[in-house]
Design a protein. Structure first.
Length: 231
């Protein structure tokens, strides 16, 4: 029994220093919740007596992948790719009738490039280490547009006064073809945990840019969690 205990302790002592001192990076999965609110949007075309209304949605979920390098002294470099998604309703009406509410999907894809730095580190007994970190960087996005009268006019062959009828497949294709590209900057901070060969991150991120035509705000936050392997 003493031999097994000695062997177990020896393995732990051998593994932990390697992970804390020799790790060069890591990768894994990421998920979170964005913190924003998109309100009701209403638009009118007086010439065609047509109106469009989109219903509100908020706090969309995001999922993605991340990877980082820890080979530069004093700073880590990371990249993460995420998709964000939600569902909302819209209604359309003209003198020939009203349709809706229809369910439509909104979403986007984002890339974040970040430089982060450890602020303070501390050890967890028999498990590994933890650190408080902060950082910032550059990001790019491609968002789907919300339904509006211009999109509806295209779906109806350019005539908003015609019989209101929508083809769901055409609507999805049109949204894909009219994506909205954005760029911005971000700051973030949180905690990183190391347990043997595993990494876990819990952090808050603030994305800063011109997102008013998409999200009713120039900036928005998100809470994120990561789980992966350290190398």
């Amino acid at each position: 029994m003493k031999q097994y205990k000695a062997l177990t302790i020896g393995i732990i002592l051998a593994v932990l220093p390697f992970n804390s001192a020799s790790a060069i990076g890591g990768f894994g999965i990421q998920g979170g919740q964005s913190l924003f609110s998109v309100g009701v949007r209403t638009s009118e075309n007086p010439d065609a007596f047509a109106t469009m209304e989109t219903r509100p949605f908020e706090n969309s979920l995001n999922v993605g992948l991340y990877a980082y390098l820890d080979i530069i002294p004093f700073i880590d470099l990371e990249v993460d790719a995420n998709i964000i998604f939600d569902e909302y309703d819209f209604l359309f009406s003209n003198p020939l009738g009203a349709v809706g509410p229809y369910s439509s999907y909104w979403g986007g894809a984002s890339l974040y490039f970040t430089a982060r730095k450890k602020i303070v580190g501390f050890e967890l007994p028999l498990l590994g280490g933890a650190q408080l970190f902060a950082g910032g960087g550059y990001n790019t996005h491609s968002f789907a547009p919300l339904m509006n009268l211009s999109l509806v006019e295209s779906l109806m062959g350019g005539d908003l006064s015609a019989e209101p009828e929508f083809d769901e497949d055409k609507m999805i294709d049109f949204i894909k073809e009219n994506k909205i590209d954005k760029t911005g900057f971000h700051i973030q901070g949180g905690l990183k945990f190391q347990v043997l060969t595993f990494d876990a991150f819990l952090f808050y991120r603030q994305t800063i840019g011109d997102f008013e035509d998409v999200l009713d705000a120039k900036t928005y936050g998100s809470m994120n969690f990561r789980l992966g392997l350290g190398l």
